[in-house]
Ligand binder design. Structure first.
Ligand code: SF4
Length: 724
């Protein structure tokens, strides 16, 4: 593979390990600085303790990344790992793998789960995980060829400028050239684009050949700047090849049990999804309408939860105008929820590539939300924004939230056209199209935007303070109210202020406010299934643990969280969807030969969760101070936001005041509302910390770590530094 189109700088021969019970017990190690390539065998108990996926990434980073490691240090490690349950076409949603590393946005551990064929093929080529260290002096590509039994580092090929700058274009060309000019589903690649060289929120694309559409498709490890790390290492792409059969590729201990669990889950999805969100028809864009209806849509930097214009970007518009219909859209074989919608031959009407016709994967709900965050409601713009971000290799969420933040800075007078070089206002499509290539190339104001919200607010504070002779601290404290980031990561696309549980879901999430740790907004605000503080706090312990398990095992969560099994109604806690979870546990046991129950799985996850917490502590993001959310995440910060739903807020306030009367003036009611909301958030933090075995400062107690055998020398020293 690749020898005929790339200069091989280093290559080794190896014997691919056979997958047994979901594992190969091998990690592929590549040091790009020294060009060392090695295969590490894992001790038998490693998988018992760290499961796979996120667990492997956490353990490697905990043990090997130094305290001073930053995203671009040679000792930062870029880990890609599936899990024991990845790669089983007989069970839905098994194409996921995890990319874990130290983030350029949060300066602590980030992971992002991503679909496609890369994780399964890496496993078939003999590896549970790939760990890349070092920094290469020149741009390179890693080639893992299970068929030829070689692993190599090659000089990255140089094509034309347009192809070289694009994450999609470069990856498509790489995959074709590596296989004699033809696409094949025995190959998959990950790539990062030009944007990842210049912005902190560069993504990693997972590219695979879709036989039905006869083209390369893309899913993204989108959050936290994993692509930025990849390019900082001088790594342009990784290709993996294996022609081994994907069917029964895990060599499950009990194949019949795997088939039964898979067929039962597929039946639940086939029957229930069409009657519920119907993701198989609409994709995740279906959420926009719900979010707008319940005031959760992040309009104008989360100022408003809905807009009269929102319906212009609801799912029906994309289905009618763009999505190719009647094509099963699973991002890996065997998924009948098939939410990965896409469109072909769409003409770009704006930006540097106007006039080109392109294939687009998406949009997903998050991209639609990000566009509404910039006050834009044009469906064709959504498609274009989706494609440009993908091609440049930028996270659609962080890009939209950061631009939305700067738009609000202009709206509130903290920034002017003079600071930026042009007008930047909500709803301005042309200016966003101008900004995207600037972010990707690190030019003009794009260089500032590419730093993300946390660093962007400091830049604004500096400018404003210098111009007005005020203190930077004072400006920052005002900006902090609407700068939608926690721990350095931009919020994902849900207005959390009417859901206390989701406020916790964002603030307490270890990686920062990405909903994949605790997406509680539906069960809290829409279904009202966790009304009490006690229930919300319990949910903030239980759901992140289950979600951690999905990220450790190589599974997509949507079949569990987005399709409620009808039998769940007969359980005491329907929101947990336990009858569906039971299929997953059967699948795990049948694959690995274990005999675990739900409690075992929760314990396994808690060990990983605590390990991540320790890493956060090590990098300065592990205490209560790092769990605080901007005021906008918990209430209407400015009077205009309060006024837009005054009656609703007054009612909420009255409920919380009990027999006390409401203040007479609207300004006083607004002020009191924010005080009460802040109080509730702090009470929630207290209760969640208690349930998790943490101190009131959010630090794990020694006995909590001891329970999970995590109290090693490093952990002990770390806790001592925090006087625990
Ligand atoms: S539900 Fe969507 S994201 Fe999950 S495996 Fe299926 S296609 Fe991929």
């Amino acid at each position: 593979m690749g020898e005929n189109c790339m200069e091989i700088l280093r290559q080794i021969k190896y014997k691919p390990a056979r997958v047994v019970g979901g594992y190969t017990d091998r990690i592929l190690r590549v040091n790009l600085g020294t060009r060392d390539i090695s295969v590490q065998g894992l001790p038998p108990d490693f998988k018992d303790k760290y499961i796979g996926g996120r667990g492997y990434a956490l353990k490697i980073i905990w043990d090997e990344a130094g305290r001073e490691a930053r995203y671009d240090s040679p000792d930062n490690i870029l880990v890609m790992a599936s899990g024991p349950l990845g790669n089983e076409p007989g069970f839905p949603g098994t194409g996921k793998f995890i990319v874990g590393t130290i983030s350029p946005l949060t300066d602590t551990f980030i992971d992002s789960n991503v679909g496609g064929h890369f994780g399964p093929l890496l496993k078939l080529a003999g590896f549970d995980a790939l760990a890349v260290t070092g920094v290469s002096r020149e741009d390179v590509v890693i080639l893992v060829d299970g068929d030829a039994r070689t692993i190599g580092i090659a000089a990255a090929p140089v094509y034309d400028k347009k192809t070289d700058e694009g994450a999609l274009s470069f990856g498509q060309r790489l995959l074709r050239d590596s296989n004699g000019g033809e696409y094949s589903d025995s190959l998959a690649a990950v790539t990062a684009g030009q944007g990842a060289c210049n912005a902190r929120f560069g993504v990693i694309h997972s590219l695979f050949f879709d036989k039905k559409r006869q083209r390369i498709r893309s899913k993204q490890a989108g959050r936290g700047g994993t692509g930025t790390v990849m390019r900082a290492k001088g790594l342009r792409g990784i290709i993996v090849r294996s022609s081994l059969s994907k069917a029964d590729g895990n060599n499950a201990v009990d194949r019949q049990g795997v088939r039964q669990a898979g067929s039962q889950l597929r039946k639940v999805i086939a029957k229930s999804d069409p009657a519920q969100l119907h993701l198989s028809a609409w994709g995740t864009t279906v959420l926009s309408e719900y979010m707008d209806k319940f005031h959760i849509f992040p309009v104008n930097n989360y100022q408003y939860g809905h807009s009269p214009d929102s319906s212009r970007i609801f799912a029906s518009v994309f289905l009618d105008r763009y999505f190719s219909k009647n094509i099963p859209d699973g991002c890996y074989y065997g998924c009948n929820l098939a939410c990965a919608k896409g469109a072909e031959n769409i003409e770009l009407t704006r930006g540097p590539r106007a006039g080109d016709r392109v294939d687009i994967d998406g949009p997903e709900y998050e991209t639609v939300g990000a566009v509404s965050c910039m006050g834009i409601f044009d469906p064709h713009f959504v498609m274009e924004y989706n494609w440009y971000c993908d091609e440049y290799g930028l996270d659609t969420i962080s890009t939209g939230v950061t631009i939305g933040f700067f738009m609000e800075c202009v709206q509130r007078g903290f920034l002017s056209a003079e600071d930026i070089g042009y007008e930047l206002n909500f709803g301005n499509m042309e200016v966003v199209v101008r900004l995207l290539p600037e972010i990707a190339s690190g030019e003009g104001f794009g260089r500032v935007v590419g730093q993300g919200v946390a660093r962007g607010k400091e830049w604004v504070a500096g400018k404003y303070a210098a111009r007005n002779g005020t203190s930077e601290e004072a400006v920052l404290s005002e900006l902090n109210k609407f700068a939608m980031e926690v721990k350095g990561l931009e919020f994902s696309m849900y207005v959390s202020r009417e859901s206390l549980a989701q406020q916790g879901g964002y603030g307490l999430a270890l990686k920062g406010p990405q909903h994949d740790e605790a997406w509680l907004i539906f069960i809290d605000q829409v279904y009202k299934e966790i009304p009490t503080l006690e229930q919300k706090a319990a949910a903030l312990k239980w759901f992140p643990l289950i979600r951690t398990w999905f990220n450790a095992t190589g599974l997509c969560k949507l079949h569990w969280i987005d399709v409620r099994n009808p039998e769940a109604a007969n359980t005491t806690e329907p929101a947990k969807n336990l009858p569906t979870l039971a299929h997953y546990i059967r699948y795990f046991n049948a694959t690995t030969g274990s005999n675990k129950d739900l409690d075992d799985i929760l314990d396994d996850s808690e060990r990983l969760y605590l390990l991540q917490k320790l890493i956060n502590l090590r990098y300065g993001k592990g205490t209560r101070a790092s769990d605080q959310v901007p005021l906008r995440a918990i209430g209407p910060v400015y009077f205009n936001e309060y006024e837009s739903r005054a009656e609703y807020y007054d009612e909420w306030l009255q409920e919380h005041l009990g027999t006390y009367g409401l203040p007479v003036s609207a300004e006083e009611r607004h002020k009191l509302l924010l005080e009460k909301r802040t109080e509730s958030y702090q009470q929630l933090c207290n209760l969640v910390y208690e349930k998790k075995g943490f101190t009131s400062d959010g630090i794990p107690k020694r006995e909590t770590l001891e329970k999970f055998a995590l109290m090693d020398e490093q952990a002990g020293q770390l806790l001592s530094e925090f006087m625990v």
